[in-house]
Design a protein around this ligand. Structure first.
Ligand code: NAP
Length: 334
């Protein structure tokens, strides 16, 4: 590896890529070598005004980009990741894939979630699940990290401290419209459908159900909703407890579980979406219990902790950098 690792981003005009470029262009310890777009050329600031200094999309093709990179982020649709991940690995890159292509543990789980055979089932066994807080040793050793899904990140983190104490969970999740990416195809993603509305979709069938179930071991009932904000996720998660626990006891256990983590904060209050916007934080709070049902609320920024920020957090672990390198910032008050 070069003295300063060369890092590239594929999917250059997409939303997650925009956040990756923003973080990596100010990062310091890596060189942002190439940003590749299959549909656009020229200035990146034309696509993303927030950049202080303009950058140019590369005119190299993905194979050339892989040859000149130590680390590659694929911020692409699943089908594109399925095609490009093996090529990037063959070229010797460490790969962080933001799509659902390599997140599930085996080909059966993949088929159940996506309805088609995985073309590289052997790579499912080699990929490390990229929910950083819960899988650091495997991420540190792996050449392929499957960045965790956005809803899945908020729910799995909310469930982790109760591992072994709850066998069933219900996740009622609300997301901003950027969850559908820069070119949404579904009618539910249109402003006129979402504005002044709450739209439930893929009831109990969203592919993150399989991801949540695989990583928590719980029976999962997950319903995502789109709400009229552009970014942020708030997940209300209900757990059926196997033993009687008090809310204070649960809150204390969460505080202890995440005590050393730079990006998970537990609160007694219900967390607010603005407080995590633009940050890599997950805030979990509002703990309550009635009979055998416990509930808490978990908030993230879908484009940062749910995508680009967690991807950089995973890169930090893979490269042996401080986990928070390039990612420290605070959210909004309102
Ligand atoms: N949005 C979220 O909140 C979120 C959260 C977690 C994970 N993810 C996952 O992260 C990935 C990127 O999401 P996103 O929201 O950034 O999506 P997006 O805005 O639609 O960006 C994806 C980009 O991939 C590139 N692309 C599309 N089709 C391609 C093709 N056939 N060949 C090569 N490149 C192609 C396009 O960029 P160019 O035209 O510039 O090549 C496109 O803009 C997806 O797999 C998504 O599921 C998204």
């Amino acid at each position: 590896m070069n003295a300063m690792p060369a890092v590239s981003v594929i999917g250059g005009s997409g939303y997650a890529a925009a956040e990756l470029v923003k973080i990596l262009s100010q990062y310091g310890l890596v060189e942002l070598k190439h940003v590749y777009s299959h549909s656009k050329t020229g200035s990146i600031r034309k696509l993303q005004q927030s950049l202080k200094k303009d950058l140019k999309l590369t005119d190299k093709n993905p194979a050339e980009v892989f040859q000149e990179s130590d680390v590659v982020f694929l911020a692409t649709p699943m089908e594109t990741s399925l095609e490009l991940v093996p090529k990037a690995l063959d070229a010797g890159c460490k790969v962080i894939d933001l799509s659902p292509a390599f997140r599930l543990p085996d080909e059966n789980a993949f088929f159940e979630a996506h309805g088609f055979e995985h073309p590289y089932p052997e790579l499912l066994g080699e990929s490390a699940y990229g929910l950083t807080e819960l899988n650091k040793p495997a991420i540190a050793k792996s050449k392929l990290v499957a960045n965790a899904g956005c809803y899945a990140t908020s729910v799995i983190l909310a469930a982790a401290p109760l591992a072994g104490k709850a066998s069933k969970l219900i996740a009622d999740c609300k997301s901003g419209s950027s969850g559908a990416g820069a070119n949404p195809q579904h009618i539910n993603a249109h402003h006129s459908e979402i504005h002044g509305n709450v739209v439930a979709y893929k009831l109990l069938t969203h592919n993150h159900s399989f991801e949540i179930s695989a990583k928590t071991g719980c029976e999962v009932y997950f319903v995502p909703h789109v709400i009229p904000i552009s970014r942020g996720i708030s997940s209300t998660v209900y757990f059926e407890l196997a033993e009687q626990l008090e809310a204070e006891e649960i809150a204390k256990a969460y505080g202890k579980f995440f005590g050393g983590e730079p990006f998970v904060q537990t609160l007694s209050e219900v967390p607010k979406i603005p407080a995590v916007l633009g940050t890599n934080d997950c805030k979990i709070g509002g703990f309550a219990v009635k009979k055998n049902i416990a509930v808490c609320v978990s908030c993230i920024d879908n484009l940062i902790k749910g995508a680009a920020g967690q991807a950089v957090q995973n890169m930090n672990v893979m490269l042996g950098f401080s986990e928070a390198q390039g990612l420290e910032r605070q959210g909004l008050f309102l």
